[in-house]
Design a protein around this ligand. Structure first.
Ligand SMILES: NC(=O)c1ccc[n+]([C@@H]2O[C@H](COP(=O)([O-])OP(=O)(O)OC[C@H]3O[C@@H](n4cnc5c(N)ncnc54)[C@H](OP(=O)(O)O)[C@@H]3O)[C@@H](O)[C@H]2O)c1
Length: 269
């Protein structure tokens, strides 16, 4: 029997999650999403052509017709949406990916028999290569714990964590792909401006990035050791890293992460 999955909010992360489910086996799911505007609904349908779409006024109906509901609206909208659907959440699994929304807050807005998950996926969930830290609300039986772990495992690495670690997990895993891609985007631009055709530049840089990650995964080298292995004193890597160090990039990155952590903690409700 197919599992009915409903997305309250069909934006960026809902499309990524839906993509992850589909690539792991299209026939297992019936997917539906609700959105505020028609444009957002059409973007979801483009990503998931077979999906059923609901306008926000019919959020309740979406929940009634789903076994598992992913709450994928932005944090300020999340309490209002949960209030709107709360009465029909009995017995459902509610997986909230809204930043900052605590298990306690969710529990106060849904039926007591609903089973709640707080999760923080990142964009590679779209291809089953994401990271999805999560924690469970009260009332989960062992059998269902196993089932929810398997469901989240379809998106990549599902890692159960303590709820107080959520802001940090958000900074590192939720936002992480953007940091690496921002770095790559800058290198790509430099490569193209310096004369390497875009296609070659892209191939070379992606292979270099995945090679570096594989090296870390397959050996006992840590990142600092890989840097040291590449950095011959007076050599070319040394020239690049020396400029970054003179510019204070370690401190800049630490400040950036601290700012993100501060922002993530400020959203906790
Ligand atoms: N993007 C990420 O990488 C990421 C990662 C982890 C967690 N998250 C979390 O995921 C949530 C959504 O982020 P996002 O980046 O996907 O935002 P987004 O692209 O703006 O998507 C939000 C969606 O919610 C819809 N929506 C707004 N109000 C609604 C309502 N009352 N009923 C039903 N749908 C409604 C929006 O429709 P309209 O566009 O028509 O307004 C839109 O489709 C946030 O809480 C964020 O913390 C995001």
């Amino acid at each position: 029997m197919k599992t009915r999955i409903g997305f309250l909010g069909g934006g960026r992360i809902a499309r990524a999650l839906a993509g992850g489910l589909i690539q792991g086996g299209k026939d297992s799911w019936v997917l539906a999403a609700s959105t505020r505007t028609r444009e957002s609904g059409e973007a979801f349908r483009k990503a998931v052509p077979e999906a059923r779409l609901y306008p926000e006024e019919r959020n309740r109906e979406l929940v009634e017709q789903s076994d598992i509901v992913f709450l994928c609206v932005k944090p300020p909208e999340a309490p209002g949406v949960l209030r709107q659907v709360g009465a029909v959440t009995g017995g459902k699994w509610i997986v909230s990916v809204a930043a900052g929304l605590s298990l306690a807050k969710i529990a106060s807005l849904v039926a007591s028999s609903a089973r709640i998950v707080r999760a923080m996926p990142n964009l590679p969930v779209r291809i089953g290569s994401g990271v999805i830290p999560y924690c469970l609300g009260p009332g989960w039986e062992d059998r269902n714990r196993e089932e929810i772990r398997n469901l989240l495992g379809r998106f990549g690495e599902a890692i159960e964590i303590e709820e107080p670690l959520f802001p940090l997990a958000t900074v590192l895993a939720g936002c992480g792909p953007a940091y690496y891609c921002a770095f790559l985007a800058c290198m790509l631009r430099f490569a193209e401006e310096s004369g390497l055709p875009a296609q070659e530049a892209c191939g070379m840089l992606l292979a270099t990035a995945s090679g570096a990650i594989e090296l870390l995964k397959q050996t006992d080298l840590d990142p600092a050791e890989v840097v040291a292995e590449s950095r011959t004193p007076g050599g070319i890597t040394h020239a690049a890293l020396s400029v970054l160090e003179q510019e204070g990039w370690h401190e800049a990155l630490r400040r950036a992460l601290a700012a993100a952590w501060h922002r993530a903690k400020s959203l906790e409700t």
